[in-house]
Ligand binder design. Structure first.
Ligand code: F6R
Length: 606
């Protein structure tokens, strides 16, 4: 993923662009750069993360004179490439260009341009687009952009500076967001309106093929022939401004705390007269009766949501569900029987492993459904059907609210499969949905225990290694809790099915060994309590997360977090919130870079 901002006006272009990039970091933060028009030349500066770009810029005070420029930010370069060669923007002697999105025919265009004598330093699409435009430019930016647009395939947005067009910015896009921000005596060209935060709420949204031509006092939107188009000025909705951290110290905490509202936002439109309704998703009428089994493909947190979903669907609908790690599935020759629905789950919709697994599934001729959060993402395009999860932009790298909405939609899907396969009548489906809504309503009770969870987190912070154990639905839940802890705290953490613990791992329990135990499943609480006692008897330090009604003894309750009492099936909802908070506060106690942990990217696209 990548994002960009362009600026022209009376203010310092450098500061405005750096500020805009800081708001776009959730679209990628490994590589950033900017190009500024200054004294009839283009100055380009690139860095790794934004702080390094800012430091480099500070060493060149003359750059602050520029009033017009573009900047971009993106995830890590492909393996084996250095960030300099993949940097954004890409400049030639006559122009500089930033882009967002994906060019599908960049290989063909590269060959074409090589034939014309261009050489390439990188594999980046940005360089291809810049050199293509350079090859087409003969003094008329609009003509060159229109021509380039007719040759580029894929979904992309471009922002361009031409060395001989002072104070002017140009842009064009196809199937990828591009907006012009309208300020007083200044204007902005952005791939994402969040970059306009703090500058203006007024904007034009560009349609495919429209060409933006921006100078400080004039904004024009032209068609490919150069004719002026009239545009409706829009006002960025308040939600856009909510992308800021607001009162929260980190996006991760903000995103944990907004889970009640994102779940409601995602599920409410899919409930009609108390029953699941997927009308807004345009699924065929017979969709839920068509399949005899489901195969989930996903990575990381999304795979954990899928593993919980397996339990929901098997319990409610009695349909067999297989869950595969997309990174394994894609390299196997999987047997996918006829009548299988392959369900790809992904927040970003861009994860390479899941996309590749999806394509393996498609090659076998089965139906595919993508459950994704990012509208218009590649997975949404490639699958036969799509269910959007509507969590809004998830900025913290550690996924929290996106996981929660995946789980929420999986409950709905399970109920609908159960109805369609005659496992539930309408009354039962309504009751089950009602229990789901009550579970969502219980999230606040867990959030109210933040302080207690923060205290427990302080005890975990100094440890080097920890176990997370659970049974039944609590096992995949602990896989997710453990992943959350390790990614944001860098503490080694391992999730175990509690019943399996005594088959080997218990030998690691020595005095002081920390273990987090989740005990929410009514029918499995006696077995979990046995596990906890076994570990405590060997000197292990157990933090127990359990439903309020579990009969735990005084000793256990000294280190316990009590969760609301719900139907077993819905306990993952409050449990997830508690585990996310535990990971978050442990990371804070360790002084970690909570929202952007080392070595991780929001979308693993290489
Ligand atoms: C963990 C996390 C990752 C992602 C995984 C898949 O917090 O975010 O494990 O879940 O990389 O990403 P998506 O869902 O975008 O396919």
């Amino acid at each position: 993923m990548c994002g960009f901002i362009g600026y022209t006006g009376a203010a310092c272009a450098l500061d405005t662009i750096l500020d805009g990039l800081s708001k776009l970091e959730y679209r990628g933060y490994d590589v950033s750069g900017l190009s500024l028009l200054l004294d009839g030349q283009i100055e380009t500066l690139q860095g790794e993360r934004l702080p390094s770009l800012t430091e480099r810029a500070a060493l060149q005070p003359q750059l602050r004179q520029s009033l017009c420029g573009i900047g971009g930010t993106r995830w890590a370069p492909p393996h084996g490439a250095n960030w300099e060669s993949c940097g954004v923007p890409h400049a030639t002697s006559r122009l500089a260009l930033v882009h967002s999105g994906i060019l599908e025919n960049s290989r063909e265009l590269r060959e074409l341009l090589e034939g014309k004598g261009y050489t390439f330093q990188s594999k980046s699409d940005c360089e291809v687009a810049a050199k293509l435009l350079d090859s087409l430019y003969a003094g008329d930016p609009v003509k060159a952009l229109a021509q380039a647009d007719s040759m580029l395939e894929g979904s992309y947005a471009l922002a361009v500076l031409f060395v001989d067009q002072p104070e002017t910015l140009y842009g064009i896009g196809k199937s990828s967001p591009l907006a012009i921000g309208l300020g007083e005596g200044e204007s902005f060209l952005v791939s994402d309106c969040s970059a306009l935060l703090g500058h203006t709420q007024k904007y034009y949204a560009l349609e495919d093929g429209e060409i933006a031509c921006l100078s400080p006092h004039q904004v024009q939107v032209l068609d490919s022939e150069g004719h002026l188009r009239s545009k409706e000025c829009k006002t960025a909705c308040k939600d856009l401004w909510k992308i800021q951290k607001g009162e929260y110290d980190h996006f991760m905490l903000k995103e944990i705390c907004e889970q009640t509202s994102v779940l409601t936002h995602t599920l409410r439109p899919r409930i009609y007269k108390g029953l699941p309704s997927f009308e807004m998703d345009a699924l065929p009428e017979d969709f839920f009766t068509r399949y005899t089994q489901i195969h989930v493909i996903a990575c990381g947190t999304a795979m954990h949501a899928g593993t919980l979903g397996k339990d929901f669907i098997e319990t409610l609908a009695h349909l067999p569900v297989t869950v595969s790690l997309a990174s394994e599935f894609r390299f196997r020759e999987p047997v996918i029987p006829k009548g299988t629905l392959v369900l790809a789950i992904s927040q970003s919709g861009e994860t390479t492993d899941t996309l590749a697994a999806l394509s393996v599934a498609k090659s076998q001729g089965v139906d595919t459904l993508a459950m994704v959060n990012v509208p218009g993402s590649t997975m949404a395009w490639q699958a036969d059907y799509v269910l959007y999860t509507h969590a809004g932009p998830e900025i913290s790298v550690a996924s929290t609210k996106a996981f929660m909405v995946q789980v929420g939609v999986l409950y709905l899907v399970a109920i609908e499969f159960a109805r369609a396969h005659g496992r539930m009548d309408d009354a039962q489906a309504r009751d089950t949905l009602q229990s789901l809504l009550e579970a969502i309503g219980s999230i606040g009770q867990v959030l109210n225990q933040k302080e207690l969870i923060r205290q427990q987190a302080k005890e975990i912070a100094p440890v080097e290694s920890i176990f997370y154990i659970g049974r039944g639905l609590d096992w995949p839940m602990m896989m997710e809790g453990s992943l959350k802890l390790k990614e944001v705290t860098y503490i080694h953490s391992e999730a175990y099915a509690a019943g399996e613990f005594k088959h080997g791992a218990i030998s690691l329990v020595a005095p002081g060994m920390p273990v987090v135990a989740l005990a929410t499943q009514q029918k499995l609480i006696p077995q979990m309590l046995d596990n906890i006692r076994e570990i405590s008897a060997r000197g292990g330090r157990v933090l127990t997360l359990c439903r309020r009604s579990a009969a735990i003894d005084d000793e256990m309750s000294k280190h316990a977090i009590l969760l609301p009492d719900l139907d077993d099936l819905f306990m993952p909802i409050p449990a997830a919130v508690a585990l996310q908070l535990l990971a978050y506060y442990t990371a804070v106690a360790k002084g970690r870079d909570v929202d952007t942990p080392r070595n991780l990217t929001k979308a693993v696209t290489e």
